[in-house]
Design a protein around this ligand. Sequence first.
Ligand code: ASP
Length: 406
Amino acid sequence: MRKIGLFGWILIAFAIGIIVGAIVGEPMVALKPFGTLFVRLLKMLIVPLVFATLVVGVASISPAKLGRLAWKAIALYYVTAAIAVCIGLVLANVTGIGTGMPVGELAAVEPKVPPPLSEVLLGIVPTNPVGAMAQGQILPIIFFAILFGIAINLAGKVCEPLFNIIDGIANAMFKLVKIVLYYAPIGVFALIGWIVGTHGVGILAPFAALIAVCYLGYILHVGVTYALFIRFLGKINPWVWLMRIKESPTFAFVTCSSSATLPVTMRVCQENTGMSKETAGFILPVGATINMDGTALYQGVCAVFLANAFGIQLGFGGNMIILVTAILASIGTAGVPGAGLIMLMVVLGAVGIPLEGIALIAGIDRILDMGRTAVNVTGDTVVAGIIAHTEGEALLPGIKVGTATA
Ligand code: ASP
């Protein structure tokens, strides 16, 4: 492991997984449990890691700074999400994807119904924090952890022992992340091999244009929007930044889960960019849960794709409705595989596109999910990096590249 480094092994596993998956095909489904094991190991870390790092992060920040960080984060989340949807809408409208797509047998798939917005908002406040932890509900855990951290901060000296214990848990969880990552190459091989083996090339062909437009959008958003933001607001070379955090989008790509990738994101941000524990501990868990630019972009593209397929004229007004609802729907999307497809129904419903349309996309959604999740976590690191810079943190200098990959 020493010489090649963990990231090198992951790339090798990734490449072998694609080749083996393409050759072996459908029987690769037998490897799925090895990939599932990897995702389960990552998920095992989420609740204690999010709770401990968030409490420690918030408790170490003054309430005034906390408010400032929150406002900066929210502003950046909204602005970048709006740009993401605009990129998606422009690309989809210019290319006219979906026109002439046969939509014949769609009623066969029963769409799941997204919960009403009021329920989603109320659900953020846990009636039982321990219950929320037991069920792995991230938003309620974040809500409680932030208040708990503020309370520890306000209580001062009397809560110092409690703070030290939770800080100890956070440190132990980081060690555990490191241990779990030794399994990563096997997990990555199994996941990518399974996806390539079961999806094959045939199923993708009719959707080649949709996949190409989504991925073009993802690349533009990372290569232009994020590059400009991190360059001008974070004063960091975008390429250097991408190289420091590259493990995070790689894991997101194969796991299709921002939440499961969070332990890796927190590790690369702290170890490879020098981001402080407070900023990483506060901004990254929140970002992994609500900052989903890749998802917003995908929803914009898919809405236009389906409108074209069903022969619905959206016009400027329809596109604007998609813009607003895709931003909101992406914020409400959970950081788990396929969540964006379910929330796409909110967008479709808002402009009167038949919800059955998601059946068209469902078969290839995993392929689109990989890219959008990679964009989502890249955005989380970019926002956290910008905030760290504006808070006067010295990012990058003196940090040896790849310390988190050894
Ligand atoms: N899989 C995405 C994520 O975890 C969410 C989505 O389905 O769009 O970030």
